[in-house]
Ligand binder design. Structure first.
Ligand code: ACO
Length: 337
């Protein structure tokens, strides 16, 4: 192990990518019985991006990763680790290694991590553990999903909500400070049935005594009101816990960066935490709910538009299927403000 590897974590670059195809609410009203008014007023979503092709997840993930590496000034060959948070891999055996190949990150090890809409948050925390132990110095964390593959496009209760996309951050060991200030992660499988994308097989006999299950995944099924109740209760709790661990209070938070599921959830969480709306990051109008991608896409937009400045304190929270939820408090960038 190198002597000079620092134990602090810094988040030094971000990037994002979304497919070119846009489906707005008006267009969607030709697919199912819905309207722009219903979708926008209940969710805040106006349009979503839809991916094409069998390798779409790899493509948009690599694009987001490249942009993040460029911002960080890090060469792909210098990456030690790539963690891909996704529930929609191009290959169930893992897609991180396909992204590794596309980036030319020859030295890195890559693996997939699945925690649905909490995936990016869980991957960020996982990456920081590798950095803090000194095992790896430079890590690319990607959150990406192509949920359009697994939506029932006849079910207006779910198909209006989701979109495809990818976002990424570059994290690096820092010898001078630790920018991941606090975190807290949870899961509760007892509530799994609220939101599922389950495997369903049919029995196939191999011999008179032995059978196997063969099948595929069934479209997303969701109990919307239960998920809503879960989110508005658990998300403020987990952010407060992460803030407590960081030794901070909500008035020290510059930006509330929540999984972009639904504007009403964002508003309710911000209200419970007494965080004013101008500090709440929201871009779901343009993308819908992009699952593991939503937090890094929103982060990337706010950084590139100049809203988020180096040293700003961000309270991020992911929540979703599993059920899973978590929060991380971190400072953006390398330099102090
Ligand atoms: N267009 C028009 N009407 C619709 C639509 C639609 N797309 N979808 C449902 N409706 C109708 C229903 O049929 C129902 O009609 P009825 O009263 O005649 O039976 C009516 O609208 C109300 O339906 P509800 O399901 O009760 O709608 P609700 O007010 O709960 O809103 C929503 C649904 C937006 C999904 C809400 O429950 C919610 O925000 N839940 C949070 C879930 C979420 O964000 N999930 C994202 C994935 S999970 C995650 O990322 C954490």
């Amino acid at each position: 192990m190198q002597q000079d590897i620092g134990r602090g974590v810094a988040i030094i670059g971000c990037g994002s990518a979304a497919p070119d195809t846009v489906l707005d609410n008006q267009g969607l009203s030709h697919v199912v019985d819905t309207s722009d008014e219903w979708i926008a007023s209940r969710t805040g979503i106006r349009q979503r991006r839809l991916a094409q092709g069998d390798r779409a997840l790899t493509g948009i993930s690599a694009q987001a990763g490249k942009a993040a590496l460029e911002m960080a000034g890090v060469a792909a060959e210098d990456l030690d680790l790539i963690i891909l948070a996704t529930s929609t891999p191009d290959d169930l055996f893992g897609t991180a290694s396909l992204i590794q190949a596309e980036l030319g990150a020859i030295k890195a090890v890559g693996f997939d991590l699945t925690a649905a809409c909490s995936g990016f948050l869980f991957a960020l925390v996982t990456a920081s553990q590798f950095i803090r132990t000194g095992a790896y110095r430079t890590v690319l964390v990607i959150g990406a999903d192509v949920l359009s593959r697994w939506i029932d496009w006849n079910d207006r209760r779910t198909c209006v909500l989701f979109g495809d996309g990818a976002g990424a951050v570059v994290m690096q060991a820092s010898d001078t400070s630790d920018r991941l200030l606090g975190f807290d992660l949870h899961s509760d499988g007892r509530q799994n049935s609220c939101l599922t994308l389950p495997f369903q097989g049919a029995e196939r006999s191999l011999t008179p005594d032995i059978a196997v299950q063969q099948g595929t995944y069934q479209p997303i099924a969701m109990s919307g009101q239960e998920v809503y109740r879960f989110a508005v209760k658990r998300v403020p709790e987990v952010i407060e816990k992460a803030l407590f661990r960081a030794g901070m209070s909500t008035d020290q938070v510059d930006w509330l960066l929540l999984h972009q599921a639904n504007q009403r959830i964002l508003d309710a969480v911000a209200q419970r935490l007494s965080i004013p709306s101008d500090r709440v990051i929201s871009n779901m109008a343009s993308y819908g709910n992009t699952s593991a991608a939503s937090i890094p896409i929103a982060l990337d937009e706010w950084v590139r538009q100049g809203h988020i400045k180096p040293g700003d304190v961000i309270a991020a929270s992911g929540f979703g299927a599993g059920l899973t939820w978590g929060a991380a408090i971190f400072q953006w960038g390398q330099s102090d403000r």
